[in-house]
Design a protein around this ligand. Structure first.
Ligand code: 13P
Length: 205
């Protein structure tokens, strides 16, 4: 599985802490990162990390292109909610592509922990969903029970019925590594997630 790792400057410490906790699991996968994030992780942990350009210099767009090419299976993006980013349009575009292509995306350590923990089980869907696959495209619901209005809007009804990613790729293909060991227990006493993020001073990017 290829995992994209990205952190804004204000979240780099958080990323280092998280990777330190999840090193054992992450080392089992291919990693790609925006330049500064990747360099930091390679230096701190000796991880083999493919690096694209720095985020503000187009790296987010390069990761986005990888997502379009189905070369990223999971994105961990510690986006800084307190920072102003000159490349915000790139960040938004990247997130849009991840949503569009139905690539799992975690934006903070708590969700990243959950997603990583699920690697060992998500390839084996159980129950009714095992028949039809465990992933669906949000905009292409086939059941009608959820609708409050009598009919779907023409725009919704005329949409192509297949999700780009779902159509070309089996759900399980993203989760082939089913032998992952349980993730490293969380440490710290700060809440159930233990992510313990310290608020950071807004940074420029
Ligand atoms: O800005 C970023 C993502 O938008 C991260 O880029 P760097 O990893 O190069 O700092």
């Amino acid at each position: 599985m290829r995992i994209a790792l990205i952190a804004h400057d204000g979240m780099k410490t958080t990323m280092v802490d998280w990777v330190g906790r999840q090193y054992g699991e992450l080392a089992r996968h291919e990693l790609v990162a925006t330049e500064s994030t990747g360099a930091l992780l390679a230096e701190r942990f000796g991880l083999a990390v493919e690096q694209v350009a720095s985020g503000p210099l187009g790296g987010d767009q390069q990761i986005g292109a990888m997502i379009v090419d189905h070369r990223v299976d999971l994105m961990i993006f510690f986006w800084d909610p307190m920072g102003l980013h000159p490349h915000s349009p790139d960040v938004q575009a990247l997130m849009r592509l991840a949503v569009l292509q139905d690539v799992p995306m975690a934006l903070n350590p708590a969700s990243a922990d959950h997603v990583l923990r699920s690697l060992s089980t998500a390839g084996r869907p159980q129950g009714p969903e095992a028949v039809g696959g465990h992933r669906r495209t949000p905009s292409v619901r086939t059941d009608t029970a959820h609708r409050r209005t009598p009919a779907a809007s023409p725009a919704t009804a005329s949409r192509p019925s297949a999700a780009p990613a779902a159509a070309r790729r089996s759900p399980a293909s993203r989760w082939t590594d089913t032998s992952a060991s349980p993730s490293v227990p969380r440490r710290g006493a700060r809440g159930v997630h233990g992510s313990g993020r310290t608020p950071t001073v807004p940074s420029e990017r």
